[in-house]
Design a protein around this ligand. Structure first.
Ligand code: COA
Length: 335
């Protein structure tokens, strides 16, 4: 039995910065409302034709692989978490295999939205722990901006989300006291429609329905979010799953060196920080710059934290996520 550890991290965000003031020119919103409710000051949006979920994921992955100090052909498996794939199918995992020009290794797509990276990390961890694979590439990448409603009708959702990608190379660790100590995953499908994009799907709303109706007011392919309900569930589930992870390892909140929460909303992070009595140095937030980038938010934040020297060898790093599904999860890492 082995452990797995993160040996390389990378991120990529598009150059195009969209500030709150930029949004207030195209919809009825303002900087004060957005910052007060979410903490977000700006986010990145792709320029059409320049980047996709896959191309950004590949750029982040190349940085992670280089920092890992391995060759791309040493990667044994690809895991790609996103809610915004380039194509309806196939998923972006195979596109990464193609675009990185690597061997015909397996590629898995994860559909767990904001928890996607933690879910992906957990899958990679199990493959490595069992000895099946040595090096696994885990990517979280999203293009939200091309699927949001940037009129006043969509302001409750569209101001929150941004585009970007992050990646981690995970590898075998012989010392079982180091690396990923444990991961904890949950779901509650009862609330699936509280934060969702309903169409196109093969369930309630078929592609053929949309084509036949040809209704310019059809919003079924835009995200819906019951913001306050999501907020209330998020603060409870974030807390529960962090405690679950710590307890599973005989640890307490005083052992946390750095909490890297999914960047859902700065108010959610601040609530968790107060609840666990953590200092500003013990919680990493970058939602101010990038908005909520869903599956990409944790790997982008983790990479920035590492680049800024906020993570040292031996630190206890806690990842926690909550999002659409609902799904939530945590990872407890001894760096
Ligand atoms: N700019 C200005 N006003 C806006 C707005 C915007 N971008 N979006 C909504 N409003 C308005 C609403 O229309 C409403 O107006 P009304 O009172 O006249 O009806 C008012 O602001 C309050 O809306 P409400 O939705 O109740 O605001 P809120 O305090 O709940 O904040 C969220 C909204 C989305 C910021 C908040 O609920 C939230 O952060 N939820 C969690 C979301 C999240 O984390 N999602 C990702 C999960 S992974």
């Amino acid at each position: 039995m082995y452990n797995s550890k993160i040996i390389g991290l990378g991120y990529f965000v598009p150059e195009n910065v969209v500030t709150n003031d930029d949004l207030s020119k195209i919809m009825d919103t303002n900087d004060e409302w957005i910052q007060e409710r979410t903490g977000i000051r700006e986010r990145r949006h792709v320029i059409k034709g320049e980047e996709t979920t896959t191309t950004m994921g590949v750029k982040a992955a190349k940085i992670a692989i280089e920092r890992a100090g391995i060759d791309k052909d040493d990667i044994d498996f690809i895991i790609f978490a996103t809610l915004s794939p380039d194509y309806y199918f196939p998923g972006p995992g195979v596109l990464v295999q193609r675009d990185l020009g690597i061997k015909t290794i397996g590629a898995l797509d994860v559909r767990n939205q904001c928890s996607g990276f933690v879910y992906g990390l957990s899958v990679a961890d199990q493959y490595i722990k069992s000895g099946m694979y040595k090096n696994v590439l885990v990517i979280g990448s999203e293009v939200h901006s091309t699927g949001l409603d940037f009129t006043t009708r969509g302001r409750g959702v569209s101001v929150i989300f941004g585009d970007g990608a992050g990646a981690a190379v995970m590898s075998r660790e012989e010392d079982t006291k180091k690396g990923i100590l444990s991961t904890h995953l949950h779901s509650e499908g009862q609330h699936a429609e509280e934060l969702a994009v309903i169409a196109p799907g093969m369930g309630k709303r078929w592609v053929t329905d949309i084509i036949e109706e040809n209704d310019p007011n059809d919003v079924s392919y835009l995200p819906v979010m019951n913001g306050q309900f999501v907020f209330k569930n998020a603060v409870v589930r974030f807390s529960e799953v962090i405690v679950e992870g710590l307890q599973a390892n005989g640890l307490g909140k005083e052992d946390i060196d750095l909490l890297v929460p999914h960047q859902a909303n700065l108010r959610i992070s601040q609530f968790i920080q107060r609840k666990f009595e953590l200092s500003d140095d013990q919680v990493f937030n970058n939602i101010m710059k990038y908005g909520n980038t869903t599956a990409a938010s944790i790997p982008i934040a983790l990479t920035e934290a590492w680049e800024q020297g906020r993570i040292k060898e031996g630190d206890l790093v806690v990842l926690a996520a909550f999002g659409s599904g609902f799904t939530w999860g945590s990872a407890i890492i001894r760096w």
